[in-house]
Design a protein around this ligand. Structure first.
Ligand SMILES: Cc1ncc(COP(=O)(O)O)c(C=O)c1O
Length: 455
């Protein structure tokens, strides 16, 4: 630890405890954090800065979301202008131009068959919105008995009741007895015996999609509304779909008239080398959700993309009646729209959608090679990568799951000036798309150094 880090840590741990107690922190071990607070006061480009000014290299784009890098000028200025021009306008029974302009930009980016976007304010709301659209769509078509959803084990689809019901992370479900009824789960695709240290998409596991056929036999296709899965499962520790897996899911959904919903809250907007993950995999869903990178996380916003035919199915009743009784006060908030338009332009101007890919402007192969150089370091039992996502899975300590990865996260922050995430015993990585090769080296070497000092 250098002198600056040492004094920064001292200053942070000197924060009076009573200043920390009122904020009940989300998805955080509150007591552990408040004993060793990790505070971020400012950000720019690839870096956060602590209250004392110590730069922290951001290896996770905040929370898988700051795709363009921090405090980018065009986005900041667009928000400032919007705040001074139109602080708020409802999109229930009224509209404002930025909302329509952004929707056109987004549907152009996705291309056919995607023709509409429905705005919400968080990934969780986008998932619940997509699920409600699915139920209502079937009902509009006279198949209202299609009420069952199929999610996936280890899936993370946010924290609404829809999302936790189709999601499959036990810790996110166990405190809340009541889930949506009529939900079943595909098996997850994580298998170290077959796939440890796969580079990119694993070879083994596409047959796991065929479990859907078993569920169709059990429940009957006529009762199933939709399958909801992430293209790449992020929050559970970056589980990459085996080759052919998503294709098989698509084929089975087609065969049985089931809607396929991809949750692209993480993989949207360049995270895996294309604007949207489904474009990289070449598998077209019926709907997909986005959030985070939509405006590089500058203002809360999310959206559901729907394919042609879905919106039209709703446009059948009397014209004076609301067709879909759903929406949020802050759907298409002017500041969020302004930030999104600026972010989308920035992504295009700087070629950021290609950064995570394998092409001439992509750093995907470099990321892969450098990340896998950690194989053989202490405690490492798997390394996974795709686009600019990655995970380094560690063996669990005898005294508890996630303790080793939590230690790695804390050590990285205080001793390597590096922000990484942990989930279970996996270190999860997703740097802003502007990350340079030397910064990738710093991320990897910082982790290596931490691994060598871990118990
Ligand atoms: C795939 C996926 N879906 C949904 C969500 C929920 O998003 P939010 O936290 O904005 O509600 C997340 C958040 O990480 C996510 O990764």
């Amino acid at each position: 630890m250098n002198d600056l880090s040492r004094s920064a840590m001292q200053a942070i741990t000197d924060v009076p405890q009573d200043h920390l107690s009122s904020f009940w922190m989300p998805f955080t071990a509150n007591r552990h954090f408040k004993a060793r607070p990790r505070l971020l006061a400012r950000a720019e480009g690839m870096y956060y800065y602590t209250p004392e000014g110590r730069p922290i290299l951001d290896a996770v784009a905040g929370l898988w979301c700051v795709n363009a890098g921090h405090c980018r000028k065009p986005i900041v200025e667009a928000i400032q202008k919007a705040a001074a021009t139109l602080d708020f306008a409802p999109t229930f029974q009224m509209g404002h131009p930025l909302a329509f302009e952004l929707a056109e930009m987004l549907t152009d980016l996705a291309g056919p068959p995607f023709s509409q976007v429905f705005y919400a304010c968080s990934g969780s709301e986008a998932v619940d919105t997509a699920m409600k659209i699915a139920l209502a769509y079937h009902r509009m078509r006279g198949e209202g008995q299609r009420t069952r959803f199929i999610g996936r084990e280890r899936g993370y689809n946010g924290v609404g009741f829809g999302g936790i019901s189709v999601g499959g992370i036990p810790a996110n479900r166990k405190l809340f007895g009541s889930m949506l009824p009529n939900v079943d789960h595909l098996p997850h695709t994580h298998n170290l015996q077959h796939n440890a240290f796969s580079q990119g998409q694993p070879q083994w596991g596409d047959h796991l999609a065929d479990e859907l056929e078993r569920m169709v036999t059990l429940h009957d296709a006529s009762n199933i509304a939709a399958v909801v899965v992430e293209t790449v499962a992020g929050s559970t520790g970056v589980l990459i779909p085996p080759k052919g897996y998503l294709e098989r899911l698509r084929a089975l959904c087609d065969k049985h008239g089931i809607l396929l919903i991809f949750d692209e809250v993480i993989t949207g907007f360049g995270r895996i080398g294309k604007p949207f993950g489904w474009q990289r995999f070449g598998v077209v869903p019926d709907m997909f959700t986005v959030a985070k990178g939509i405006n590089s996380a500058a203002v809360p916003m999310s959206a559901v993309f729907t394919r042609e035919g879905i919106y039209e199915a709703f446009m059948s009743g009397p014209e004076h009646l609301i067709e879909f009784a759903h929406g949020y006060t802050y759907s298409a908030h002017p500041l969020a729209c302004a930030a999104a338009i600026a972010a989308q332009n920035l992504y295009l101007d700087e070629g950021l959608f290609e950064r995570a890919g394998d092409g001439p402007d992509g750093v995907g192969p470099y990321w892969q090679e450098r990340l896998h150089s950690l194989k053989g370091e202490p405690h490492v039992i798997d390394i996974r990568n795709f686009g600019l996502m990655g995970a380094v899975e560690l063996s669990s300590r005898a005294d508890g799951v996630s303790k080793r990865a939590l230690d790695a996260h804390v050590k990285a922050f205080f001793e390597e000036d590096l922000m990484i995430r942990y989930t279970g015993d996996s270190i999860a990585l997703s740097p802003p798309l502007i990350v340079s090769k030397p910064e990738i080296d710093r991320i990897v070497e910082g982790i290596r150094s931490v691994l060598r000092r871990l118990d």
